[in-house]
Design a protein around this ligand. Structure first.
Ligand code: CAO
Length: 415
């Protein structure tokens, strides 16, 4: 079966996490992704957080599936010529170097345009134009600068970063959308363009509801769905909301049976208004369904803490899975807190290809997260990540270099 991005060639200059997540998605959709790495070393993640000596780390393998790897010294004059040939052959160049690195290599936007006016040049940077544009940025810096950390955690504790890599993988997703959009526009204009996804912007986009809340707070001085209401105090900025749900349906994380020893024996419970009477029945507080202090969402807001304490008395008598089963019967929205171990072992995620087992020549079998976006006419087949420089000869041959030329370039240290 054909793939959505068949025929699209990507010059992949990405490293670490943000850029590689973007090009991995494009590869899963069928693009030919040629990852350019530094000879001898490669993407720094190949050796970071290794669990097996001398073997590509899971960090690298899980971010670089379905790509080809070529090693080119981009600071070597002959290596630069090889890169020029690649730029002429590819549709998209994706990079997430520190600001200015591509220009210092000699590949300015103007130079790339001369070589290939159809080329889309896509970049992840920490910040967009402004006071911090020259800064190097990693995941947690972006979470802090994009508004996620100041709004995550509990009111009486410090800001907290999330386990979800919204700065890196989140920005990779944003960039991938920018790239396919630019390719689509190219079908009409015939021209490439620059695509920029700044990590601060990507995180802020995912924190959109918190900017909404900032303006509500500015106007009214309070927000009734936040745990600070009615007993705490609000300051000038959106506070950390603990585990409260963002919308108009109050929610909280509650203990389940076994919580004393299992750190994940919890359930997220939402007191959705239309099922309030059912919630009252399940927890044995039938009278709350008609009591004016509890019967309406507005009446409940001041007592949310007590309400969740009462619901928790019930959830603590059930495991999170038993509670799920009972609550779902009544359409009460809830979710078990799943550990990574439980997710890794979940058969339904294996069945859909969201968790995939991959075989690797030096590491053996390992688990990875497959393509979370499923296209009915473009199924994803997850293929192992490339070894460093595994495809250098293959790609050089496709670019028209003879075996003698390849061997001379290798001797010169260009590839
Ligand atoms: N051959 C020769 N040189 C190469 C090369 C190759 N194949 N590939 C890269 N290089 C060189 C670059 O030209 C650059 O050299 P100069 O600094 O002399 O111009 C150098 O390697 C390193 O690039 P870098 O500055 O991007 O790498 P770093 O490890 O110092 O910084 C990071 C890493 C991530 C902080 C920085 O790249 C960055 O801020 N990127 C943008 C934001 C981003 O994506 N952050 C998320 C990373 S994932 O958490």
């Amino acid at each position: 079966m054909s793939k959505a991005l068949d025929g699209v060639r990507i010059l992949d200059f990405t490293h670490v996490q943000s850029g590689p997540t973007c090009t991995q998605l494009l590869a899963w959709f069928g693009a030919d992704v040629i990852k350019v790495e530094r000879a001898g070393a490669g993407d720094i993640t190949r050796e970071q957080l290794r669990d097996i000596p001398e073997v590509d780390s899971l960090y690298f393998t899980m971010l670089n599936h379905n790509k080809r790897s070529v090693t080119i010294d981009t600071k070597n004059p002959e290596g630069k010529l090889v890169l020029e040939a690649l730029i002429q052959k590819c549709d998209v160049l994706v990079e997430n170097f520190a600001p200015g690195a591509l220009d210092r290599m000699g590949f300015t936007w103007e130079r790339i345009q001369e070589l290939n006016p159809r080329m889309v040049v896509a970049s992840v940077k920490g910040f967009g134009p402004g006071p911090y544009e020259d800064c190097k940025v990693y995941e947690n810096v972006a979470q802090c600068a994009g508004g996620a950390a100041s709004t995550t955690g509990f009111d009486d504790g410090p800001p907290v970063v999330s386990g979800a890599q919204i700065g890196d993988s989140g920005t990779g997703l944003h960039l991938a959308l920018g790239i396919v959009t630019a390719l689509y526009q190219r079908t009409q204009t015939g021209r490439g363009q620059k695509v920029l996804a700044a990590m601060q912007d990507g995180v802020l986009n995912l924190c959109r509801v918190k900017l909404r809340d900032q303006q509500r707070l500015d106007r009214t001085g309070t927000m009734k769905e936040y745990p600070q209401y009615p007993n705490g105090t609000f300051g000038e900025a959106v506070p950390r909301a603990g585990n409260a749900s963002g919308g108009g349906q109050p929610g909280w994380i509650l203990k389940c049976k076994g919580w004393e020893t299992d750190p994940n024996a919890y359930i997220y419970f939402i007191t959705q208004a239309p099922v309030w009477a059912k919630i009252c029945n399940v927890i044995g507080k039938e009278e709350w369904a008609t009591d004016p202090n509890y019967a309406t969402p507005a009446a409940r807001l001041p007592h949310l803490k007590d309400i969740f304490a009462e619901i928790e008395r019930w959830t603590m008598t059930k495991t999170k899975f038993e509670a799920m089963q009972i609550l779902n019967k009544y359409d009460i929205p809830c979710g078990p807190i799943l550990s990574m171990k439980e997710i890794a072992e979940e058969p339904s995620l294996r069945k859909t290809g969201t968790i995939v087992e991959v075989d690797h020549p030096t590491r053996g079998k390992y688990l990875t997260v497959g393509n979370p976006i499923k296209l009915s006419d473009s199924p994803t087949e997850v293929k192992r990540s490339p070894l460093l420089g595994e495809h250098t000869d293959e790609v050089m041959t496709e670019l028209g270099y003879s075996p003698e030329q390849i061997s001379a370039l290798r001797t010169a240290g260009a590839i």
